[in-house]
Write a protein that binds this ligand. Structure first.
Ligand code: IMP
Length: 189
């Protein structure tokens, strides 16, 4: 069994990451720690900086960062998603989108450190911004995001349905595939 330490303050993310990595034979140890989030322009910069703050943790380490990107608003709130939500909640997004295209996507970038190397994995889920918030499942922007092909928000479905297609699951699955391939190579070498 391979082991990875996932570092985050969010227990929901830790549960999701554990469930996604289990089929790859990867056991997840969760360390709850607040990591610095620099005011950076890309998720890649944010995760690299988060990973640097975990240098004291031995073995493979996984961190991630996510955001909601709305192309008709120039990608906003994007890397500022957490800050924006804390201060404003959803109303300004509804107002800004009254006359604009409502397409949006969630993106996660996961960063994995194995030994001295860092690997990045990206996952996206596309959809639209709802006209009003709906549902009490999930967290963050889930009540206003309708994935493409769905008739309801992420907030209106149980975690398993969201996790089947979520940006985070997609990024973390790529990390799982990478770890499984690496493990298989080291066993046949
Ligand atoms: P972070 O990755 O925890 O920094 O997330 C940035 C912001 O996006 C926070 O406000 C989160 O609540 C929000 N966010 C991240 N992932 C999700 C998600 O899966 N659903 C809804 N909101 C999310």
């Amino acid at each position: 069994m391979r082991r990875v330490t996932f570092v985050s303050t969010n227990p929901g993310k830790a549960r999701e990451v554990r469930a996604v990595l289990r089929p790859y034979g990867v056991e997840v140890r969760w360390i709850r720690r607040t990591l610095p989030e620099p005011q950076a322009e890309t998720l890649e910069e944010v995760v690299r900086s988060k990973l640097r703050a975990t240098r004291d943790i031995p073995g493979p380490v996984l961190v991630e960062d996510s955001g909601l990107f709305i192309p008709s608003l120039g990608g906003f709130p994007g890397v500022y998603s957490a800050h924006f939500l804390r201060i404003w909640k959803f109303r300004p997004i509804f107002e800004l989108l009254e006359r604009r295209n409502r397409r949006a996507y969630f993106r996660t970038v996961a960063a994995l450190r194995v030994g001295r190397r860092t690997y990045l994995f990206r996952g996206d889920v596309h959809g639209t911004i709802a006209r009003r918030a709906a549902g009490s499942h999930g967290f963050g922007y889930d009540p206003i995001f309708i994935p493409t092909g769905w008739d309801r928000t992420f907030g209106q479905v149980p975690a398993e349905r969201k996790n089947a297609i979520s940006h985070r699951a997609r990024a973390v699955r790529r990390a799982g595939e990478f770890l499984a391939r690496r493990h298989a190579r080291s066993r046949t070498a």
